[in-house]
Design a protein around this ligand. Structure first.
Ligand code: ADP
Ligand code: ZN
Ligand code: ZN
Length: 745
């Protein structure tokens, strides 16, 4: 009979964290093959590149043969795991993602792993050695230990701690030595034990609060979702702001926890995790873990392990948590599913919502997408009955939807962007000791610095954009490449010192409102004011402490916050995005306005929204104010269908960038010619064209867009494109990226 071990494959194909669309072959050394069963999903150490450099890789498959000659193949250096570190379903998900997004498979796998595992650290909780006294040790008289001062001290201490033993911490506090412990161990007087170290992740378990009774819509939605819980399916919970979507999550989760299942709740931003966490804590007496980029490597690994082992039942995480292995996942919830931050905008450009749906399909579990402003993609799927469409059209409790009012700015004299009418309404609101929220999606003091004498404008040296003035930091800042310069007082062209700013940012508006409303605290929420950890929490705390207050902020304000005393929302510039060259401009504007507006009147007092606009009669603004987001979205979808735009046609954008002006464009021109033989009639190729901001961080950027109603055809073309691009960019002077289902074009 043949030994099963001897039939093992002699080669492995390994994925490495490199930007190449290939796997790499290595020989399995005989000694290793005899002792271990090497399987896909295990990590190995392999020589890669020049010299003795070693890399960590992940085994993709074992194989009986290789395309390379035996002499060319190096043996792998070490096997790092006893068993696969990711389960089959996640392995398959990553492999699918590499194909779907045409991204190098090694980078996909490594993106899915926590940093410590990428570096080759052990996929285990840390352990520490505890010492316990044995029965003979307990009976021993200390004075019988002759000439062993250290051992005497140790034995004495451990006899006193006979019940709980000595931890490394206690050993060091008591100034004992582990050498003494080892000596005593030889005499059979003490024994050691490896214990899992207390995890670095905080877990949260709290006393449960009595839930409100659901209204009819909420109850119906909950029932429907629970009925789907044993198989794959997607439900779109389309509920207006404040309709109690989170309450529906909580009910569904409660039922799943009773079946001992895990639930993954995805949120778009780290800023939202503490808030969501608090709400969940007050309801469930179970371990909840957070997963986001503000954690240390060790914290992330521990959280990852707890989830993988099934210790954590509820996981609240941002984009990359879609890749965490679970023990018994029962549901994935994607909150604010329309949010663009679910799409990674560089490197491996995946969409976490779409990945979650694919994952759920593989694991045969449901997905719940939730939003007050669903993406047009999800609405199209709901219309086509691929998703179950659950609508919540009433605000929960006593709250009502706010009234939307347009403020015509034409011919008005404005005070730093505010009309007289707007200011008066703000005054009235504050007099009632209520709060006002002012939304302006531009941080900094002003978007432009200009010279009165010669017209010079401060521009970035590396990008084709103007620099933003940040007065408080005394800087000119590029919001595209993050570079900055000191705020100059003198024009570099004509040396005049008559420099002035054009336009307003949140920093300026904050200052202006401080002057107008001297008695009222003005709180700014944007990326600048919330840089410090926990700054956002502090600001929101202040908001809750004061009755009368003005909040000024960017889109950070739009995301899920609950400020019960805000009754007036001012949208300073509703026209941004109305005339955008991006076909998604209107969708984004409508989402942002609706979400910001939704911060008004979330408790018993009715809310009002003022939209300042120069185009009060614009069809979209009118539709949004009078009929709401859904009506606007239905119009938008009809238009997308007529124009053969996503989500009706699938799109892939190939991006190229080069230091030299024409190289990126030239490459894509060349590619377009190469592809022409592969294109079918239903495909539409646009470009290459220059990016809206052509030069960014010193790179000239060009795009080529390919659309098709058929995904299959499109993927075949992109596959040949990526092969061609890889071969023709080997000199590394030009970088390219393939963006499947792009959000930016
Ligand atoms: P959404 O997630 O849709 O914006 P939330 O779940 O945050 O809405 O609910 C808005 C507010 O209404 C919260 O303060 C919540 O506690 C409350 N709420 C939700 N459902 C009910 C209900 N059935 N009865 C009373 N209050 C409710
Ligand atoms: Zn000048
Ligand atoms: Zn720049």
């Amino acid at each position: 009979m043949e030994d099963a071990l001897l039939t093992k494959d002699p080669y492995v194909k390994v994925a490495l964290n490199v930007p190449l669309r290939a796997s790499f072959d290595y020989k399995i050394p005989k000694a290793l093959a005899y002792r271990h069963h090497i399987r896909p999903g295990m990590r190995v150490k392999v020589p890669f590149g020049n010299g003795d450099r070693q890399s960590i890789g992940l085994v993709i498959e074992t194989s009986t043969q290789s395309d390379f000659s035996d002499a060319q193949i190096k043996p792998l250096t070490a096997l790092l795991d006893d068993s696969p570190i990711i389960p089959q379903e996640l392995f398959d998900l990553c492999a699918w993602a590499a194909r779907y997004y045409h991204h190098p498979i090694g980078e996909v796998f490594f993106h899915a792993l926590p940093t410590s595992l990428r570096k080759g650290e052990s996929a285990d909780f840390r352990t520490e050695t505890w010492w316990f006294v044995t029965e003979p040790g307990l009976q021993t008289n200390i004075d019988d230990l002759k000439n062993a001062k250290q051992q005497k001290a140790f034995l004495e201490a451990i006899q006193q701690h006979a019940e709980h033993g000595l931890s490394p911490h206690l050993i060091s506090v008591l100034e004992l030595t582990t050498n003494a412990a080892k000596g005593l161990e030889k005499k059979g007087l003490v024994r050691s034990e490896q214990r899992n170290l207390k995890r670095t992740v905080e877990t949260h378990a709290h006393q449960t609060q009595v839930p409100p009774s659901l209204n009819l819509e909420q109850a119906a939605a909950t029932k429907t979702i629970l009925a789907m819980r044993n198989e794959f399916g997607v439900a779109l919970l389309d509920g207006i702001t404040g309709s109690g979507k989170t309450e529906v999550f909580l009910r569904v989760i409660e039922a799943l926890l009773q079946e001992d299942k895990q639930v993954l709740v995805m949120v778009p931003e780290i800023g939202l995790t503490p808030q969501t966490l608090r709400r969940f804590e007050s309801r469930f007496n179970t371990d909840i873990v957070l997963m986001h980029s503000n954690m240390t490597d060790r914290e992330r690994l521990d959280a990852w392990l707890m989830i993988e082992h099934g210790d954590a039942k509820i996981i609240i995480g941002t984009r990359s948590s879609v890749f965490i292995p679970t023990a018994n996942l029962g549901l994935i919830i994607i909150d604010e599913e329309h949010d663009a931050s679910y799409k990674q905008h560089e490197g491996f450009r995946y969409h976490a919502r779409d990945m979650a749906i694919k994952r759920a399909q593989g694991q045969n579990i449901p997905v719940l997408l939730a939003s007050a402003t669903p993406s047009y993609e999800s609405l199209a799927n709901a219309l086509q009955k691929r998703y179950l469409w659950l609508k919540l059209r009433q605000r929960a409790g006593e709250a009502e939807l706010p009234q939307m009012e347009r403020v015509d700015l034409r011919g008005q004299s404005l005070k730093q962007g505010f009309s007289e009418y707007t200011l008066e309404r703000m005054r009235q609101t504050l007099e009632r000791r209520e709060q006002v929220l002012v939304f302006l999606n531009r941080r900094g003091y002003a978007p432009t610095l200009m010279c009165h004498q010669c017209g010079w404008i401060a521009a970035c040296d590396h990008c084709d954009v103007n620099l933003t003035v940040h007065k408080r930091a005394n800087k000119l800042h590029c919001h595209h490449c993050d570079s900055h310069k000191p705020l100059t007082q003198e024009c570099p062209e004509c040396h005049s010192n008559e420099l002035f700013t054009v336009g307003e940012g949140t920093e300026q508006v904050e200052g202006v409102l401080n002057q107008y409303f001297k008695q009222t605290p003005v709180l700014r929420i944007d990326r600048d004011s919330t840089q410090r950890k926990s700054a956002l929490t502090q600001i929101t705390q202040k908001i809750h402490e004061h009755d009368q207050a003005i909040l000024v902020g960017t889109q950070m304000l739009a995301k899920g916050h609950h400020f019960p005393n805000v009754t007036l929302v001012v949208i300073m510039d509703a026209d941004v995005g109305l005339f955008s060259s991006d076909f998604r401009g209107m969708e984004r504007t409508a989402q942002l306005i609706t979400q910001v507006a939704g911060r008004a009147g979330r408790s018993s007092k009715r809310g009002h929204v003022l939209l300042q606009t120069y185009h009060p009669d614009h069809a979209a603004i009118q539709c949004l104010c009078e009929q709401g987001y859904e009506a606007l979205a239905m119009d938008g979808l009809r238009e997308r269908q007529q124009l053969a735009l996503p989500p009706f046609h699938h799109q892939v954008v190939i991006r190229a960038e080069s230091q030299q002006e024409q190289q990126a464009m030239g490459l894509l021109m060349h590619l377009r010619n190469e592809l022409s033989v592969h294109l079918s009639d239903d495909m539409q190729v646009v470009g290459p064209y220059a990016a809206i901001i052509v030069r960014k961080a010193g790179q000239h950027r060009a795009l080529l867009s390919i659309k098709s109603p058929q995904r299959g055809n499109l993927h075949r073309v992109i596959a040949s494109a990526s092969r061609w691009l890889e071969q023709n960019t080997k000199n590394h002077k030009i970088r390219f990226a393939i963006d499947v289902d792009p959000l930016e074009t």
